[in-house]
Write a protein that binds this ligand. Structure first.
Ligand code: C5P
Length: 220
């Protein structure tokens, strides 16, 4: 029995939300707690991998064996991923990256305009996972938070981003996903061109993470 099956491997994991400034006191963000990404990082480290965890702002601690890089914006997350993307065996994109950011963050606090609404122009953020897959250098795992047609969207996302695996969770359910400690994940991957699915949970995110970390190397 080998309790360090990932010895010698380097895993890069993104976690948490990204936070995109609107002005010095306001931002655009999302409900990601970072729990799933942190749990995967811990499970991979426990299994012997060298782990780099790039995370948006979260209220979580990572054990000292993990190299943690804290970022705020999607652009900062992208820069950190690019600079750590060396000899990576597995890249797990668990972060809820904001698809858009304000085109310009106002240098001063925005003032209320009398009677009028306010329009904030947004521009697209880089797709970090898509970039990672394009490097053709690591086994790339993505997450998908969907509320409907989960399987269909998961497959489309896999193809569009050129990734090996997509872990889908149903965020329309209150008892799993986002801030919850529990999750239920459908792991989609291809075997000789045919879609396969492995269902993990419902279980604690820490348990799902351990199952995922032991399952992934087998389909690599
Ligand atoms: O396209 P969508 O946001 O639904 O895809 C989700 C997956 O892509 C997640 O694994 C997420 O971490 C990753 N992603 C990314 N960079 C983005 C958007 C999403 O790495 N800009």
């Amino acid at each position: 029995f080998n309790d360090k099956p990932l010895q010698g491997q380097r895993w890069l994991i993104t976690a948490g939300p990204t936070v995109e400034p609107i002005d010095p006191v306001r931002y655009l963000a999302n409900r990601s707690s970072g729990k799933m990404g942190f749990a995967i990082a811990e499970a991979a480290a426990k299994a012997g991998a060298e782990v780099v965890l790039v995370t948006g702002p979260v209220n979580l601690l990572a054990s000292s064996a993990i190299k943690r890089i804290d970022v705020q914006t999607a652009q900062q997350m992208f820069e950190a991923v690019k600079s750590e993307f060396k000899s990576i065996d597995t890249f797990v994109a668990c972060a809820a990256v904001s698809d858009y950011r304000p085109t310009e963050a106002a240098p001063q606090k925005l003032k209320k305009q009398s009677d009028n609404g306010l329009t904030i122009e947004l521009m697209q953020n880089p797709d970090i996972l898509k970039w990672a897959a394009e490097q053709n250098a690591a086994f790339c795992v993505g997450f998908a938070a969907e509320t409907n047609n989960i399987e269909e969207y998961a497959e489309a996302k896999m193809t569009k981003k050129g990734i090996n695996v997509i872990c889908a969770n149903d965020v329309s359910r209150k008892d799993i996903g986002f801030s919850s400690d529990n999750n239920e994940v459908s792991v989609y991957y291809k075997n000789n061109g045919a879609m396969q699915v492995e269902r993990l949970g419902p279980a604690l995110k820490t348990v799902i993470a351990q199952q995922l970390v032991s399952f992934l190397p087998g389909i690599k």
